[in-house]
Design a protein around this ligand. Structure first.
Ligand code: NAD
Ligand code: UD1
Length: 352
């Protein structure tokens, strides 16, 4: 029995493959490589010390997905595949709904056809209503969702609703939805990591590229928020901790403990760090300067957002174990060894 991991050539998926292999799970990767490189799979293969079953294809291509289900005995799906850039989603809403929402529907149809009814889905803290984080309290899974501000967030919210309705129609489905907070960092070897195309939108890859000298300075979006130092606060989570949450989710689906057939968990650390705190931590970890300039707020940003992940601890037995220092250290190792991401074939200091 194998796990089909869609989108596993990407940032979070590639790290999850390592944790799945460590836990003894077998998997097949399915990815159209629209935002990733096959090199990430080669590197994961080196880390885990074995070949990886890789099938290139799009989740919207029903025939291709059926071929994969015919070829392998697939029991679970971990579904990472999707487009994720907030700004781009505002410019290209139809592309985002087609890829993320229609793509997920096509995938679920084939799963149903092959009687594969266990799925772990990548959702996001972005599904929460903005009003909740404005309360400056950690977000709980029961907080209001759906008042999303961009097509990317709406696509995640819509998929959550679709999964819920699917379960209502067919309660043999076992569904775990993980709402990620802000994934950062890299596998400790520095051989796999986040490889954004073009100019990074998110804070950590921008800091990394500034530290390595690819960008002149970081723009800090606003220092007039109602926070300790005036800059935005987020719940950054080490990608390896996040990857581990998927293993715990699969273990849970597989166990006698699984009683609610659709479960939603926040995956964060429960701690919030400001932009200035992140810069300082990164400078310490990398021993490099991260020049920055304060600029006006980014439209759509909120002041504070962090998770209450106590449900994941109680039910999945999962909690984050890696601290801010580890997040910055591992991110720097990846960035300094691979200044051009996977484009650079040679990976210095590459080791297991
Ligand atoms: P990523 O872009 O690195 O990985 C996504 C992968 O999906 C890529 O390899 C891409 O080629 C593949 N893909 C995209 N559309 C596809 C399609 N139609 N068919 C097949 N493959 C397709 O992104 P990531 O950061 O690893 O994110 C993984 C998932 O987690 C996404 O669904 C994302 O929305 C979600 N998420 C990410 C974050 C984050 O900050 N990185 C936060 C919350 C949720
Ligand atoms: C972004 C996405 C959100 C997604 C989340 C995790 C937007 C508007 N939202 O949110 O949908 O779920 O990532 O992937 O893109 N910052 C700077 N300078 C920068 C970049 C960021 O000061 O160059 C600040 C931001 O204002 C924010 C913090 O750093 O306070 C984190 O930003 P970012 O990494 O983009 O994450 P989110 O804003 O949480």
């Amino acid at each position: 029995m194998k796990i089909l991991v869609t989108g596993a050539a990407g940032y979070i998926g590639s790290h999850t493959l390592v944790e799945l292999a460590n836990a003894g799970y077998e998997f097949v990767v399915y990815d159209n490589l629209s935002n990733s490189s096959k090199e990430s799979i080669n590197r994961v293969s080196k880390i885990i010390g074995k070949d990886i079953l890789f099938e290139q294809g799009d989740i919207r291509d029903t025939k291709r997905v059926q071929e994969v289900f015919e070829k392998y005995d697939i029991d679970w799906v971990i579904h990472f595949a999707g487009l994720k850039a907030v700004g781009e989603s505002v410019e290209k809403p139809l592309e985002y709904y087609d890829n993320n929402v229609i793509g997920t529907i096509r995938l679920l149809e084939v799963m149903k056809e092959y009687n594969c009814k266990k799925i772990v889905f990548s959702s996001s803290a972005t599904v929460y209503d903005e009003k909740s984080p404005y309360n400056y309290t950690p977000l709980r899974e029961t907080d209001p969702t759906g008042d999303t501000t961009n097509p990317y967030g709406t696509s995640k919210y819509m998929i959550e609703r679709i999964l819920n309705d699917l379960y209502i129609s067919d309660n043999e489905f076992k569904i775990v939805i993980l709402r990620y907070f802000n994934p950062v960092g890299a596998y400790e070897s520095g051989t796999i990591g986040e490889d954004p195309s073009g100019v990074p939108n998110n804070l950590m890859p921008y800091i990394s590229q500034t530290a390595v000298g690819k960008r002149e300075f970081l723009s800090v979006f606003g220092d007039d928020y109602d926070t300790k130092d005036g800059t935005g606060v987020r719940d950054y989570i080490h990608v390896v901790d996040l990857a581990d949450a998927h293993v715990k989710a699969i273990d849970y689906i597989n166990s006698d403990k699984f009683n609610a057939n659709i479960s939603i968990f926040n995956i964060g650390t429960g701690f919030g760090y400001s932009v200035l705190k992140m810069i300082k931590a990164y400078e310490r970890a990398s021993n490099k300067q991260v020049p920055y300039k304060i600029v006006p707020r980014r439209s759509g940003d909120i002041a504070v957002c962090y998770a209450d992940s106590s449900l994941a601890k109680e039910v999945l037995g999962w909690e984050a174990t890696r601290d801010l220092e580890a997040m910055c250290r591992d991110s720097w190792k990846w960035q300094s060894n691979n200044p051009d991401g996977y484009k650079e074939k040679k990976c210095n200091n590459a080791k297991k």
